[in-house]
Design a protein around this ligand. Sequence first.
Ligand code: ZN
Length: 266
Amino acid sequence: MIRKNGFVRGAVVAGIFALGAWGVSPLAETTAAAKAPAAAAQKPAPKEDSLKVIDSPIAANCFTVSKAPRKIDTVVVHYSSAINWFAPDFQKIVSPEAKAYAQGIKLTKENVNDHKFDWKLVKAIFESYKVSSHYMIARDGQIIRFVKDNDISYHAGKSKMPTDGREGVNGFSIGIEILSTHPKDDPTMKTPKDAYTDAQYAALNKIIAELCRSGHKITAVVGHDEIAPGRKTDPGPLFQWDRVRTKDYKPVACKEAAKATASPGL
Ligand SMILES: [Zn+2]
């Protein structure tokens, strides 16, 4: 979960279900080029357009528009779910629009487990708290974009880098939420495979590789619990860090991206 400046605040969900803003982006998919090497050779897709996402802009009060180009060197990994939808603290601040969505899917305390990974429900939670992430990764690896890379998403709150001690991590990072839960909240989360799917790791690495390809020198991939120790517990004990970074926090995906660039004949 995420907080702005360390505080959880109530808010009104604004236009989150404006369907006109939803849709699969027309961006080309990397895998399509990989499956059709001949076509890709004739007409290569622009490298900056290789990420397939659903663009679903989050309410404007959940992030800050950055007018100048932002220097991004860090990726923060989080998890989120709707498993605590009925927690009294959240029910105090849930917006009428979010409530209406929950009613539309007939959400109850008894079936909340079946809907805990509904990204629209989780987005409604973010908007109720006036927070966000840049990306969300669904269980099947689908990537949803809430905030553009250059804008400042409110995902880290009070935070400090374990590498160089910099504070205010929102300013120089990209926040990525992965739909999952913590074993303390969810008894079904027993093993790493329960907590995060292979498709989610693949999607996370795709986003990081794309950041590097588009010119951002990503020097650290960190967990929310590492930049806000004691206050945050995500992505939790079942997240397999060696699938996304080296022991010194460097992204695995960008090393691979560098290799791919150096070997265009692959
Ligand atoms: Zn978090």
